[in-house]
Design a binder for this molecule. Structure first.
Ligand SMILES: [Zn+2]
Length: 427
């Protein structure tokens, strides 16, 4: 019976990792059909990226984490059929943002119990599942129990036959994030350039508006921290609004050129890192230090851009436990026009209670993008944080309001304030 089931499994699934799993667990098809799979709980050495495989409630189950953005370090299937997945960070100590993403392939539909076990962090992201990598569903919180010390989360899922991805957040690859801007490059609203390479040699891509007539540059940075998905949603929606064809956006782009860096940490993203680049360094502590190729390259790009069109702002998109905007203290002698403060006031006037709180702090103990922009250019740099559990649609709606408010704040400045000599950047 088990042999027949395994034959069906080999025939029905094309996932290479599962095929590899079957090869090492025994039967792979008609030629090997006489061999029985190992009993539940048998440790299995697997190749092809499969972390573990075994029989759960009479059906073959395999777990793999060998795809772009995957993270699961080890797994085992116990005699009780419980799948335990170990989630490790890329380095320690580390910010507690335990990213996980793995695929479970089931021979037939039925329930499975999965335990996420964390080392170096605690449960933070409520699990989501996807069948196609496009549409994601949050696991019913009633089906997830988190240990009191948050070192484990246990969930019982009703899996369909085939592949189900389980992840900390809906995700896309760096290539997918960048491809979003292809239509804008095609219609001339953006130009695309490579400005450097990551630790692993992945091209770093920036996009810019033509900037005809524009005297200043707004820099927008995304995806320094791989796990911070909701911030990436906000980045996309914010930029999309700035690129629309309505009179406000068109006039804004005639005043301010955009320099976009949608994915500053492609290696960390691809490797399923919690926080860092391929060197295990938090890029958002390296601005002005420039010890990492990604930050060094973006610093050089911004400096070069500043020579042509001085910076008017830098907004860096992230995620944290709640929606919050980190900015500089309001009294900024280098920036008497107070553009950021005007922006926040307009934003709050429109969004009301939905507007995120503004926290103003000059945290020069952390060389993040915001701090560097203040030290280097006298700007009130902004870290735009979106809550982990903020729904994507909400993050996007809020970002659109934020972008409109920003454009209105810029358009309220006088021509003198925006002239190169009256540069608010004070350079
Ligand atoms: Zn972050």
């Amino acid at each position: 019976m088990h042999g027949r089931r395994s034959n069906r499994l080999a025939a029905a699934f094309v996932l290479p990792a599962l095929a590899a799993a079957c090869m090492t667990t025994g039967p792979t098809g008609p030629a090997a059909g006489s061999r029985e799979p190992p009993p539940p709980g048998t440790p299995v050495a697997l190749s092809g990226g499969a972390l573990c495989a075994g029989v759960v409630a009479g059906r073959q189950i395999a777990v793999q984490a060998s795809f772009d953005r995957a993270r699961a370090s080890r797994c085992s299937i116990g005699a009780d059929g419980v799948i335990e997945v170990l989630i490790l960070p890329e380095t320690r100590p580390i910010n507690d943002s335990p990213w996980y993403a793995f695929k479970v392939t089931a021979e037939a539909a039925g329930p499975v119990t999965v335990v996420l076990r964390y080392q170096g962090g605690t449960h933070r992201y409520a699990p989501k599942t996807s069948r196609d990598g496009q549409t994601w569903t949050a696991v019913d919180p009633a089906l997830v129990s988190v240990a009191s010390d948050e070192s484990q989360a246990r969930m019982t899922l009703s899996l369909e036959a085939g592949v189900t991805t389980i992840a900390a957040q809906p995700f896309e690859t760096a290539a997918q994030s960048l491809a979003r801007w292809d239509p804008f490059v095609a219609d001339g609203r953006l130009t695309r350039q490579t400005f450097g390479a990551s630790v692993r040699g992945v091209p770093l891509v920036a996009l810019a508006t033509p900037g005809e007539g524009a005297a200043h540059t707004l820099v927008l940075v995304g995806r320094q921290h791989p796990a911070e998905t909701t911030g990436a949603e906000a980045f996309d929606a914010f930029v999309m609004r700035l690129l629309e064809h309505d009179p406000l956006a068109v006039a804004f782009r005639g005043r301010v050129a955009l320099l976009l860096v949608p994915v500053l940490n492609p290696d960390g993203l691809s490797a399923g890192h919690w926080r860092t680049n391929a060197n295990g360094i938090d890029l958002n502590r390296d601005w002005g230090i420039w010890a990492q190729p990604e930050t060094r390259a973006v610093g050089q790009l911004i400096e070069a851009t500043h020579q042509t069109r001085p910076l008017i702002g830098l907004i860096d998109f992230h995620s944290t436990r709640r929606d919050v905007i980190y900015a500089m203290p309001a009294a900024d002698p280098l920036y008497p026009q107070g553009l950021a403060e005007d922006w926040f006031a307009r934003w709050q006037a429109v969004a009301g209670p939905a507007a995120p709180p503004i926290q103003r702090r000059f945290d020069d103990d952390q060389m993040n993008s915001k701090t560097w922009s203040r030290i280097r250019f006298g700007l009130s740099g902004v870290t735009y944080e979106v809550g982990d559990d903020t729904a994507p649609a909400t993050a996007r709606a809020n970002a659109r309001i934020a972008a409109e408010s920003y454009m209105q704040a810029v358009m309220s400045l006088s021509a003198q304030q925006l002239s190169p000599t009256g540069s608010p950047a004070g350079s």
